[in-house]
Design a protein around this ligand. Structure first.
Ligand SMILES: Nc1ncnc2c1ncn2[C@@H]1O[C@H](COP(=O)(O)OP(=O)(O)OP(=O)(O)O)[C@@H](O)[C@H]1O
Length: 746
């Protein structure tokens, strides 16, 4: 009943904590008991089972400890029952049952909990009222009620848990994103719970919660499809390492750790690319035509000599005829295997033919050679240096790294492969072999790996063995569940993951991150508007089932290769068959980050520059109009005179960053950091590109005109910079507006 007050909730929540403690103590006792069976006795199988269950209890204890804060944050009352206890459900970070196995707290992800997030007065979904519980430590300090009564269909702006939401949004920022599980809004919840299959695109303006929704969706899917995803994993792709640092604690706070977080520069194992190419180069490397170029490059490494090649074998000269090589190449290509794997066929076929030819030659010299000698001759040929060199020249085993390095370092070769390109285009790609790989090279490496296949037979065998081991782990896990009679407590895939960890083997996520042929159960892509066709091709290979959550904002796109619409961006993901052209688009329209006065100024600027803005409505405003200042040091002083609490970002054109940093370092010693490596310092100096996806209490934008004119898609870059603030924005310099338009700022 809604008249139940604060006292009632305090008691109820205290009861939940008591149960939580009890369950934890139980698990601790079980752990002690399992360890007591310890020693090295029993069969290997029973020891592994024991260790695995000990681990399960340890994980359970850790999980129960982790939810100490905000264990329960909501309550929903359904109208259909006769006011008995069952009509009231409490919602929390995990589910709890009492001793009689009656649910006393629902995990936020179970279907019944969705009414807590989605019910409104207009569509109450069978609910009568919703209550938010706001706690400090273990104590409920405030409650907030909403009644879904048609007579109370008052105005209000439709946000649920307004007080709790506003408190969360106004809290100072720490440089780390936090979870929003207690205040997820209805439009967000629908997206979070949307079905897993297929391609879901979430478009929304800055601050509309796209990142938050994407991460909560990952947690939701891992919970609801644990069986499928635990073995295959979920990949979350973000624009940069600093962005991933910013979001990395959200999923663990929701109890999920089995995901792979990767920036686009780290999607190829063993390569860490952080630098971007200049826009003109990035534009070429991102085009889907690069896939053909890489494929042609690989094929061009399979070539017959122009003239017969003399080779010394056992003191005899054997001629390698171009036609022999051509036939061996054709046979190898017929296998349709990648280059390095097809090479086995090439070598075998060339050696067989050469052995026959050599036998003929020896016979002609009067030697008695019969078919049983052929194997020996083949071996003589195989070990002869000249033969090895000649066959390698015709079909060299290659790593993706070497192929890509050579392609850019050998202008002559690139020219042969690109007869229709201009010299200028080719010149853009030229670089030294030793130059580090860029973010834009990563999809090229991956494409090359696709055509080349495994370079290292040992590596390939290791991967095969890991896959077989994984299968055995699952079978063992199924047997263990049966033996220990714990069906329902844990699924086989989770237990298998624990087996692997207990035995010191890598976990699903570690194996997935290190294996480019791994296919994930689901892929989440953030800031997806920036991706090039080549990057999309790579991501499709990571999830051929095409189960994707793609979030971004076309208006914020600043990469040279970014597409002007989602339909165009997704082309590489969609099949050729029009029936495959299926993807769902959802829009988010409420800005949770930027106060209205800043959002309006930014939107007005963006629209006047022709950006395809998705209009959004800010949840709140702050008392500070967009300010201006004559220089960066006074801008920061001015802002800090208002408040020094929280984080402040100074966003400047890349060419000015070092000067801006030195000026600020002199004025605010010990408080300023350069770049987005550490977002935890009070003042951070960064470029608009690095600010993507991040947020700060205050933002100072230096030289807006310089950003617009000096960067490719500069107006999008300035739009991003202006929309990073949760409280205050100061501009150092004028906002460039088209002729005849005035900025509506102050
Ligand atoms: N329902 C919510 N409850 C509390 N905070 C929320 C909610 N939704 C979003 N937020 C907060 O709003 C801010 C903006 O969210 P987020 O970074 O996910 O937006 P975005 O759409 O990804 O923005 P951008 O496109 O600018 O990167 C974050 O601080 C996030 O925690």
């Amino acid at each position: 009943m809604i008249e139940d007050g604060l006292e009632h909730e305090r008691d109820y929540v205290a009861g939940l904590y008591a149960r939580l403690d009890e369950l934890r103590e139980d698990a601790e006792r079980q752990l002690v008991a399992i360890r007591a069976q310890g020693g090295s006795g029993g069969t290997h199988q029973s020891r592994t089972e024991r260790d695995t269950f000990a681990r399960l209890y340890e994980d359970r204890i850790a999980q129960l400890r982790d939810v100490n804060e905000r264990l329960a944050f909501g309550r929903i009352q359904f109208a259909d029952d006769d006011d008995d206890d069952d009509s009231t459900k409490y919602i929390g970070r995990i589910g709890l049952r009492d001793e009689d196995q009656k649910p006393i707290l629902l995990d936020w992800r179970v279907p019944q909990a969705s009414a807590f997030y989605q019910a409104t007065a207009a569509t109450p979904l069978g609910a009568r009222a919703r209550r938010h519980l706001i706690s400090q430590g273990r104590t409920v300090v405030r409650i907030e009620d909403e009644v879904f009564d048609s007579e109370l269909l008052a105005e209000g702006n439709g946000h649920q848990g307004e007080g709790a939401l506003l408190a969360a949004l106004s809290a100072e920022r720490t440089g780390r994103m936090t979870d929003i599980v207690a205040t997820i809004q209805a439009e967000q919840d629908r997206i979070i719970r949307s079905e897993m299959n297929g391609i879901l695109v979430v478009q929304g303006g800055p601050g509309t919660g796209k990142t938050a929704v994407a991460l909560h969706r990952a947690a939701y899917l891992l919970y609801s499809h644990r069986k499928r995803l635990r073995g295959s994993g979920v990949l979350i792709v973000g624009p940069s390492a600093s962005f991933l640092n910013y979001i990395e604690s959200v999923l663990p706070s929701l109890g999920e750790t089995g995901v792979v977080l990767a920036s686009v520069g780290r999607l190829f194992p063993d390569v860490t690319a952080t630098e971007h190419d200049v826009p003109a180069v990035a534009a070429i490397k991102g085009r889907s035509g690069m896939a053909d170029l890489v494929s042609k490059a690989v094929r061009s490494r399979q070539r017959a000599p122009q003239h017969p090649v003399p080779m010394i074998v056992n003191g005899d000269t054997v001629m390698l005829d171009p036609a022999t090589v051509e036939r061996a190449i054709a046979k190898a290509r017929d296998t349709r295997k990648p280059h390095n794997e097809a090479r086995v066929t090439f070598v075998k076929s060339a050696l067989s033919e050469l052995a026959r030819q050599y036998a003929e030659q020896l016979r002609a010299q009067g030697n008695a050679i019969d078919d049983s000698d052929l194997a020996m001759l083949r071996e003589d040929l195989r070990t002869a240096d000249d033969v090895r060199i000649a066959l390698n020249t015709a079909w060299l085993p290659l790593t993706p790294q070497k192929l890509v390095q050579d392609l850019f370092a050998r202008p002559q070769w690139l020219a042969e492969l690109t007869p229709n390109w201009s010299d200028d285009q080719r010149a853009l790609l030229h670089r030294e072999r030793s130059a580090p790989f860029t973010v834009e090279d990563v999809p090229l490496l991956d494409e090359a790996a696709e055509y080349l296949g495994e370079y290292d037979a040992v590596d390939a065998a290791r991967k095969r063995e890991e896959k077989a081991q994984h299968k055995r782990d699952i079978e063992n896990a199924e047997a263990a569940i049966e033996n220990m009679q714990v069906g329902g407590m844990v699924d086989a895939a989770s237990l298998a993951a624990n087996f692997a960890e207990t035995a010191g083997r890598s976990t699903t996520s570690e194996r997935a991150a290190g294996d480019r042929s791994w296919t994930y159960g689901h892929v989440v892509v953030d800031e997806a508007q920036e991706l090039s066709p080549m990057q999309w091709r790579l991501l499709l290979r990571r999830c051929p089932m095409r189960s994707f959550t793609i979030v971004g904002d076309i208006a914020q796109a600043s990469a040279a290769t970014a597409a002007p619409s989602w339909r165009q961006a997704l082309r590489p993901l969609l099949g050729r068959n029009p029936a495959d052209d299926r993807w769902r688009l959802e829009e988010l329209t409420v800005n949770y980050r930027t106060p209205s006065q800043i959002a309006e100024a930014a939107e007005q600027f963006a629209i006047s520059h022709g950006l395809p803005v998705t209009p959004s409505r800010s949840v709140r405003s702050t008392p500070w109009p967009v300010a201006s200042a004559p220089d960066v040091v006074s801008a920061v002083r001015q802002d800090r005179a208002i408040s020094t609490v929280g984080t402040l970002a100074v966003i400047a054109p890349p060419s000015m960053l070092t000067d801006v940093y030195s000026a600020l370092r002199d004025a605010f010693e010990g408080e300023v950091v350069y770049g987005s490596e550490s977002l935890l310092e009070p003042i951070v100096v960064i470029s608009p590109q690095d600010a993507k996806g991040l947020e700060f209490d205050s933002v100072v934008v230096v030289d807006p005109t310089g950003i617009v004119e000096g960067l490719p898609r500069g107006s999008a870059a300035l739009y991003v910079a202006m929309t990073r603030a949760t409280q205050r924005l100061t501009l150092v310099g004028d906002l460039p507006m088209p002729a005849g338009m005035q900025p509506a700022l102050f």
